[in-house]
Design a protein around this ligand. Structure first.
Ligand code: SF4
Length: 430
């Protein structure tokens, strides 16, 4: 390999578990992809990525199985439809995530998330950070994702000329999960970008390499962290809604969702979804935190027709895997860090579930990095290690998390379970 694994991360690349193959993460602004972009990504995946794509829990798209010699052409093809991978991995402000896609205020928060994406992407002031810096903009607190951002915004008031957001700071998962704290409620929107810039600068200046903002918070304490942020905070930036709710029709009553098992889509499926978006949803679709695809229909009276096409494309929710909300990271199928084949484990667990289990919200991560956010699920599973059995085969062990309270992260209730015991636990949950 001629690529240096450390320096290439900033361009959205990780080497896969299978040497010589690469994963490339595409930053999708606010998780909103146009039909043209989706078709281009399908074209790239057909030519270079084994004919499939992976939807992440942050609304990004990952391409696997890429070869080094094809990366330049892949970047060219992405740039041709206005997409970049810059800062999708490594020490940078990562793709700005957004949701929930079905909320009435989604067009408004999506527009602000896009503005933030463009403000921070490819800007050298916000690269070269100790580790990742995650920003998320949310219409409400329902899925708790504001708790795991370095800089999380929740819409507090959308009346009047400019919206206001609750600002949450210094959350994150990984090996040391920590919920964000409320920095300021109902902050006027014109103060938010100067504040975010100051937080990133303080993070870069004072945090050891490899550590997140939550580490700096632990080191300094809340008061000192906030004092340093205030010192660097610039003037308010007049709010101009440069994107506007152009991509989505207003209102929440015409939402249609395509359930995608484990975020895995074939290129044929992606093209079908792009066609449905073009015909019924103004040419755009939203990638959700649940690794699904949401359309906001322009004409609610076309719902039946759109549903029929979705079902014909295989997204009718008739198969069992589509009937349960289950976030799944790539695990050892492709990821170098993976300790368990997450999709296989998920299928085994879904098979064991009863009716109650199918109604719960689930998540599994293939290692303690927790990319699929298991601490936000009603029932979360984290693969914690793999151990060698008497037969010399390695087998994964899992911790089982339960999240009982809104506003808090889930906590482990069973630890070090082999797969058979995990399946038994899932069966017991109904
Ligand atoms: S949780 Fe671990 S195994 Fe899963 S994608 Fe993240 S790093 Fe890879």
């Amino acid at each position: 390999m001629t690529l240096d694994p450390q320096t290439i991360r900033i361009d959205g690349i990780y080497e896969q578990r299978q040497p010589g193959n690469f994963m490339l993460r595409v930053k999708v602004p606010a998780g909103t992809v146009s039909s043209d972009q989706a078709v281009q990504i399908a074209e790239i995946a057909d030519r270079f990525a084994g004919g499939s794509v992976h939807l992440t829990t942050r609304g990004s798209i990952e391409l696997h199985w890429l070869k080094e010699e094809n990366l330049a052409e892949v970047w060219r093809m992405l740039a041709a439809v206005g997409l970049t991978t810059r800062g999708a991995c490594g020490g940078a402000v990562r793709g700005v995530t957004c949701g929930p896609a079905g909320a009435p205020a989604f067009p408004l928060v999506s527009s602000f998330a896009q503005l933030l994406h463009h403000h921070f992407t490819r800007n050298p002031h916000f690269e070269g950070l100790p580790k990742k810096f995650k920003i998320g903009v949310f219409a409400d607190r329902t899925d708790g994702r504001h708790l795991i951002q370095d800089f999380g915004l929740v819409l507090a008031d959308s009346a009047g000329d400019a919206p206001r957001y609750d600002v949450w700071l210094a959350g994150g998962l990984g090996r040391e999960p920590s919920a964000a704290f409320l920095f300021e409620p109902a902050m006027p929107v014109e103060r938010i970008i100067p504040l975010a810039e100051a937080v990133v600068r303080v993070y870069r200046a004072h945090t050891p390499k490899g550590k997140r903002l939550k580490h700096l918070l632990r080191e300094l304490g809340r008061d000192e962290l906030l004092r340093r942020v205030e010192e660097l905070r610039g003037d308010d930036l007049p709010f101009v809604d440069t994107f506007g709710p152009l991509q989505f029709p207003a209102g929440g009553g015409s939402r249609l969702e395509a359930p995608v098992f484990a975020g895995e889509l074939s290129t044929d499926e992606l093209r079908e979804l792009a066609g449905i978006a073009r015909r019924f949803a103004g040419g755009f679709m939203a990638l959700t935190g649940g690794q699904n695809v949401v359309f906001r229909l322009v004409d609610p009276f076309q719902r039946g027709e759109a549903e029929a096409l979705l079902a014909a494309a295989g997204f009718g929710g008739t198969i069992r895997e589509q009937q349960v909300a289950f976030r799944v990271c790539p695990g050892s199928h492709e990821c170098r860090m993976g300790l368990a084949p997450t999709r296989d484990v998920t299928l085994a667990l879904i098979k064991a579930m009863g009716e109650e289990g199918l109604r719960r919200d689930w998540s599994i991560s293939g290692c303690p990095n927790s990319c699929s956010q298991p601490q936000l699920a009603e029932v979360g599973i984290v693969t914690v290690k793999s151990v060698k059995g008497d037969d010399g085969e390695r087998r994964p062990l899992f911790d089982l998390y339960r999240r009982e309270e809104e506003g808090r992260l889930g906590v482990p209730v069973r630890q070090g379970l082999p797969l058979d015991d995990l399946v038994a636990e899932v069966r017991r949950l109904g």
